[in-house]
Design a protein around this ligand. Sequence first.
Ligand SMILES: [Zn+2]
Length: 444
Amino acid sequence: MLTRAVILAGGKGTRLASRLNGLPKPLVEVAGVPLLERQLLHCKAAGIRSALVLVNHLADRIAGFCRAKNNFGLDLSLADDGEPRGTAGAVLAALPLLTADEDLLIVYGDTLFNVDLERFYAAHARCGADASLFLHPNDHPRDSDLVGLNEENFIVRFLPYPHPPGAEYPNLVNAALYIVRRAALEPRRGLGEGPPRAVDFVKELFPAMLEAGQKLYGYISPEYVKDIGTPERLDAAEADMASGRFAGGTLKVARRAVFLDRDGTLNEDRGYISRPEQLTLLPGAARAVRRLNRAGLPAVLVTNQPVLARGECTEDELRAVHARLEHLLGLEGAYLDRIYYCPHHPDKGFAGERPELKIACACRKPGIGMLRRAAADMRIDLARSWLVGDRTADIQCARNAGARSILVGAGTAGEDRACDAVPDFRAENLKGAVDIILAAEGMV
Ligand SMILES: [Zn+2]
């Protein structure tokens, strides 16, 4: 069980100065409640009993605030963060204060979050990771610190900003919320020793752990985690509170989603794609996805990729194709919340095929295996969700899952005669489909 949170609350909040009225940044009010109070109460509700708040700038004000609130009923202590030790340096220096704990939740002092922490911890514990990083896609991956995962969602590389020109990376951004096994930090303490200097989690500690063969898990989640360190972000967070997007941000609450087919819906259908350069977005597709993003409706890709079973494309090549897709969307401020693909195909007898993938599976559309997986991963209520695609298999898949369907594409759309299902709606393209969805959801 996760018992201890460490909150990095030493920051000066220079960028937020106009909203602080002399307060330390962790005490900035978000919709009337100081951020530190929100963080501590959220942790407490998840069963966390102890918190160590690492402070520096205006430390007395933070101490006074916690005392006045009776420490929120927590076993709460404050310690100096040893500025300029940096985020990781501060935690490494504080390890002697944390000997009773097995795992630590690390929270940055300017992060507003609504996360099912018990679920996050269960994933961390289940995979036996030394550290688990909360990851999500964002609308500006080009200037974000990204990570690369393997098939089991363990981190295999860090891709810090700035990225090399022309690089096409998956859109997985470190949201700066971690669970770390305390004992796994002990061998790394050398990083924080010597004359005080800034040691950063992303730039130094996590890469050093990876280098040393420690296991870093990527916990991908659609939940609400935002940094509110500028006036614009603070305003956006308060708007999210007013709209219910913050309250509905946790995986404790089920959500609607929009499932999207790939070829012919998002990108041009040019037969089978096995290389990134073959993928071109359809006009207006990125803008349509961005509207879903901004409405807070998860956009989830579900695509049949029998090219894998036929041996025409490897998993690595498909990953590169999807990295390009995410890159192109990211250039226009759009992102997919998650990508699912079916690698199978039922018919045997092709040269070069991979027999282990030549099976009748439950995930190939119109099967609903991918939707079921997404529903479990992201707590999606399929009956309140949508599927947009250009084939009858998409429409039948939506019908099989109890979701609403929109057939897109002019001309040959839906003429494939593979399935009989009739779509709930038709639209010329993804933009038209998103118009229908947002109108039906009362989001326009
Ligand atoms: Zn399958």
